[in-house]
Design a protein around this ligand. Structure first.
Ligand SMILES: [Zn+2]
Length: 440
């Protein structure tokens, strides 16, 4: 029960939740190679494909691989390093915590993040990446999705040399068909207006997606409205050419032509006018409620975003502003703060909706013929209403098995491969970060 399926494999459980269609009781997924070939009841598929091998998971449910639509895998080793604080107090501590890190520390921490994601049933990420090695190791571990190369604190004309230095791939197939490489001009307070526009234009030229942290803290709003507040020094240092536009973050990005086609992350103070702009121009939005709470920011109301027709994904953000990468725990935070959202709607946001929000819905987010064979077997039982049971109980501790790209990554709740050298290096990096913070 390991490695690629040679011909066909029927994977069955008490319930299949394909997302593309309604739940199937006693359902099965047929996997051939790295893709889903069929979905139906076990009785139907067993009759249609009698030669297939079979794996049955009793007392379990199967969903598509979960989509963590915003994370920073390379910051995973910072778990518990920077305590919950208001954003403007947390940010300099994060910068200080990363001071002693070498590139190899980022890489080791990224491996840890990829492994932890898979252990939580996440097979697809919208990740903010800091270099090629991290993307290579995360994709080798089995994580697909979009890796956005981050650009900040530079002039527009420096984009190409920066991307060369970070080894942004010229060939979109460098990391295989499961990985899309995109760009992220970090935020309005660290990327000046010229850079925000130029990254957007460069991404369009390359045909790659973008994502941007937007409207996260009250300090960001204050900076854009009148140029004052606790982020003004950061902006003066890194957002080259910045002058306060006197408008809200979404309006500012739209005025620069940088909202078109992007994925906007956070939107903690989003207004009705901004939601209209987002619906007209953005690819989608991602909300990170537990990270927002960690940094004393208000999470946005999600119902108005969905009502406007936006694709809404959920992200854990990084381990520097969250206690874990458990996406189902993140979803429960959404449910607890917004009781009007149905279980079906909630589950959509960590599967098909999240895939749409980062633009990978063609390959991920649902179980349907032609999609990648990314699936999670949850040790959760239900006699009816499987979505509600899943949202109540699923998470890292109930992840029985995980497949991505037709390969088992987790079985009997255990990762099949772990990089122990990376784990040791990441643990050391964490200690060095704590030493720096304790000395200040
Ligand atoms: Zn982030």
């Amino acid at each position: 029960m390991s490695g690629r399926t040679p011909s066909g494999m029927l994977i069955s459980a008490d319930w299949i939740l394909p997302i593309a269609t309604g739940p199937i009781h006693n359902g099965a997924v047929r996997v051939v190679g790295d893709s889903v070939a069929d979905v139906g009841t076990l009785v139907e598929l067993a009759a249609a494909y009698p030669e297939d091998t079979r794996e049955h998971f009793a007392g379990c449910m199967i969903t598509p691989g979960l989509v963590n639509a915003h994370t920073h895998l390379t910051l995973t080793a910072l778990s518990g390093v920077v305590p919950p604080l208001p954003f403007v107090q947390w940010l300099p501590r994060l910068v200080a915590a990363l001071k002693p890190w070498e590139i190899a520390d980022h890489e080791a921490s990224g491996v840890l993040g990829a492994e932890e994601s898979l252990a939580c049933g996440v097979t697809v990420v919208g990740d903010i990446a800091y270099g090629a090695a991290e993307v290579a190791s995360a994709s080798a571990a089995g994580l697909g999705g979009v890796y956005y190369w981050e650009l900040l604190g530079m002039r527009a004309e420096d984009i190409k040399s920066a991307l060369d230095a970070l080894r942004f791939p010229e060939d979109p197939a460098t990391y295989g068909t499961r990985v899309v490489c995109g760009l992220s001009p970090h935020s309005p307070y660290t990327a000046g207006p010229g850079l925000l526009t130029a990254v957007s234009e460069h991404a369009r030229t390359l045909g790659v997606p973008t994502a941007v942290h937007l409207d996260e803290s009250a300090a960001e709003l204050q900076l854009l409205m009148d140029g004052t507040g606790p982020l003004s020094a950061t902006a003066a240092r890194t957002a080259l050419g910045f002058t306060p536009p006197g408008s809200t973050p979404v309006e500012y990005l739209a005025s620069l032509g940088a909202l078109q086609g992007t994925t906007a992350i956070h939107l903690c103070h989003v207004t009705a006018r901004e939601i209209t702009l987002l619906a007209e121009q953005a690819r989608g939005v991602v909300t990170c409620p537990r990270s927002n709470r960690y940094l004393d920011n208000p999470p946005p109301a999600i119902a108005p975003l969905l009502d406007a027709g936006l694709a809404v994904g959920i992200g854990t953000d990084s381990s520097a502003s969250n206690h874990d990468l458990d996406l189902m725990a993140e979803l429960r935070a959404v449910r607890d703060s917004e009781r009007t959202l149905s279980a079906v709607t909630l589950l959509n946001m960590v599967t098909a909706g999240g895939a749409r929000a980062i633009g990978v819905e063609r390959h991920y987010g649902s179980l349907a013929p032609g999609k990648f064979a990314d699936l999670v077997i949850h040790r959760v039982a239900a006699s009816s209403e499987p979505e509600a049971a899943l949202i109540d109980h699923a998470g890292r501790s109930t992840t029985e098995a995980v497949m991505s790209g037709g390969v088992w990554r987790v079985l009997s709740g255990d990762l099949l491969t772990r990089d122990s050298a990376a784990a040791r290096r990441a643990a050391d990096a964490r200690v060095h970060s704590l030493e720096v913070l304790n000395a200040t």
